[in-house]
Design a protein around this ligand. Sequence first.
Ligand code: C2G
Length: 743
Amino acid sequence: MKISVIVPYEGYYQYLKDCLESLSEQENVEIETLLVGSQDDQKFQQLVDTYKDKISLNVIPCSIEEGVAKKRNLGLENATGDYIYFIDSDDYIMPQTLSCLLQDAMQKDLDLVVGRRWITWFKKQVFETMGDEKNEELNLKDKDDDRNHKFLEKDYSDIDDSDEQRRIDLLIRAKKGIRNISVLNILIKRSLIEENHLRFNEGFIYYSDLPFVEGLVMYGHKIDFNDKTLYAKRKHNDPINTPALSQIKDETKFDEFINVYKYAISLVDKESRIRYYLDSKMIKYYSNFFAKKIRRSKDDFWRDERFDQMSILMQDVRDDLLKNMSHYQRKMVKLARNHDLQQTQKVIAKHLAKNKMKKILKNKNEINKYLYRHKYINEPIEENWIMFETFMGKSYADSPKYIYEYLAKNYPGKYKFIWVLNDSKEKLPYEGIIVKRFTKKYAYYLAKSKYFVFNIRQPLWFRKREGQIFLETWHGTPLKRLAFDQEEVTAASPTYKSQFYRQKQEWDYLIAANKFSSDIFKSCFMYTNGTMLEIGYPRNDLLYAPNKDQIALDLKKKLHIPLDKKTILYAPTWRDDEYYGKGQYKFKLKLDLEMMKEELGDEYVILLRTHHYIADALDVTGVEDFAYNLSKYDDITEIYLISDICITDYSSVFFDYANLKRPMLFYTYDIDKYRDVLRGFYIDMEKELPGPLVYSTKEVIDQIKHLDEMNQKYAQRYEVFYDKFCSIDDGNASQRAVEAVFK
Ligand code: C2G
C-alpha cells in the first residue's frame, strides 16, 4: 500500500527542509512525495536532489504564488498511491505518524484516519532533542483537546448515532474554531476522493479546507482517530517578515470566510447534523469574534455592510440549536435578526466590560494595569523622577545600579530615584524608593516618571508618553544570536518578534559596550530609531575602581569565603529548551564538585553562580567547604572582583570578566546543540575566545593545574579580544551615560 504525500510549497526554504527530512524518517511505509511549487535557485535544487530518492520526490511545476487549493488539487491529479496525506511545507511529523495511520486504515478498512496535531513554534531538531519538556509541550495541547470534547458533549448531548457523531467529531477535532478546520494529518483513501470527485475550491485562498473536509465527512463513512500520530503545525516566528497563511492579517479574510461558510452550508440539508454544527460554530464566531470588530471599528464597512451580511446569516441559523447557547449569544442572534446595530453594540460593550471586570477582579495586576491606563497616565509627568529596573526586579545590579549610584553621588537632591526590587533585602546605598514589580506603585511610577533606566525590556503594557525618556542599557555583549537575527526563537512565542519590534521603538537610548555590540544591535533589534550610546558598560566601571582590591577583600569576608584560598567562578548561562515554564529554566550542574575538591581543594574554592532564569537550586551537600553558591547574590560584577579564574559557557559574562584580564575557561559540553540548534553565535568561539573550550570536569581540572601554560598559550588572543570588546571600558561609562541622557 502506497501513500501519496502532497506538499504545497509556499517558498520558505528553511521550513521545507524540516518537512522533507521528517518524511524521509517515516518508518515502514512506502510513500511518494508530490511537492507542488518550485523555486529557481540552487538551494531549492540541492534540497530536491538530497531527498529525490529517499522519499521518491516529484516536483510538480506550479508558481509559488498560486493558492494552496490549486497546489493540492495538482497534487491530487498526479497522485498514484492508495492513500492521500496532506502536509504543509512548513510543518513536520513524527517518524511513526504515517505507519500508524496506515496500519489503522488497513486493519479496520477505514476511509479516513485522523491523527493529532499540535501547534508549536519549535523547529524539528529542537523538539527532538528535548527531554521531559517534550511531554509538557504536548500535554498543553491535550488540554485544548479536552475542552473540545466538553464542548462537543454540550452541543450534541441528545445525539446517539455514533457514526454520525464520529464524523462530526472529525470536524470538531480538526480544531477549535470554525475558521481553523483543516485537512492536515488525515490519511484518506484515495478512492473516496476520486469516486466522489472531491477537490479544493480554488476560488478560496484561506479557508478552502472547510468544504473539502466537509466532503470527506459526507462521504467517508468509516472513520477513526489515532492519537499516537503527531503532526507539528508550525507557527512562523517572524510574522513580520515570513508569515504563515494563518498569520497573515488581511481584511478580505473575513469576506472569504463568510463566502466559504455560505458555500459549505449550501452543500448540506438544513436538517443535517453538519449544518447544525456549522451554525453553532458560526454563532460563536459571530458573538465572540466579529462582535468585537464592529464595536471597535470606526470603519463604516465593518460596522454597516458586514453587519448587514451577518444579520442575513443569522436569520438562517437553525433555531433548535439556540437553546444550547448562552444568554448573551441568544441575545446577539436575536438582535442581528432584527438588524438592530445600535442595540447590538450596546450589548457587546456591556458583555466586554463584564468580561474585563471579571479579569480585573481575578488578578491584582490587572487592576494596576487598569489604573495605569485610565488614571495615572493622565496625571503630569514628574521631571526629576527616574525609575530603575534590572532583571525584572530580581536584583540590584547591572548598569542601572552604576548609573543610579553615579547620579546619586554627583547630583545629590536633584532627582527622586525609584528602584524596582521584588525582594529588597538591603536598603539602597543612597536615598530612593523601592517598589515591587507590577504593583500599584509600580504602575504609578511607570506612568509618571520622566526617565527609565532598564536592563531588560519594558512591560508589554507600558506605553511611553510624550516627554518620557527611556534608556535601555541591555545586559551583555551578544554572543548568542538575538531577536531578529534568530532564524527561529526557541524560547519565545511567535509574537516575540512583533512585540520586540514595538518595544524597541520606545528606546530613546541604547547602550553598547563596544562597536561590535552596536553593529549587532542595529540588526538584531532593528534599532535605527533611537540613539546608540557606544560608551562601554556602566556595570564594568567597578572593575576599574582604584580601590577594587579592598572592595574584594571586604566582600570575601562578608560572604565567609576563605581568605587563604584562590577562587574559581563558575557562571553558566541558561538553555532555551530546558524549562519548567515561562522564565523558569532548569539547570543541572555538569561539574563533578567532589572530583574538583579532591584535585584542587587545597588551593582553591569554587563560587557557583546560575543565571537569573534558572529555577533549580544547586546542591552543594558534602562539599560545603569547597563550593559556595552565590546565585542569589545581587551583583555579579562584585563577584568578578573576588574571582581569580572564571569558567563560563555561552554567557556574555566573559566579555565583562575579560576587563580584569584574568584567566578564563569555557565549559562548553553542549556546544554543538547550543550553537547549531538553539541559538547560533556571532563569533567563532573556537577561534576568538581568550581561553580553552573544555568538555569534561577532568579537562577543567587539568587546565587549572597548568594555569601558567594556559595563560601563555592564550596571551596573544586575550589581547586581541580585550581590544575588540573591552577597550572603551575605563571606569567612566556611567558618567558618559549620565551626560548623554540627563542633560
Ligand atoms: N549573569 C549572571 N550569572 C550568570 C549568567 C549571567 O549574573 N550565571 C548576568 C551577567 O551580567 C550577564 C547577564 O546576566 O552578562 C546576561 O546573561 P547571559 O548569560 O549573557 O544571557 P542572556 O540573559 O540570555 O543575555 O546580549 C546579551 C544577551 O542578551 C544574553
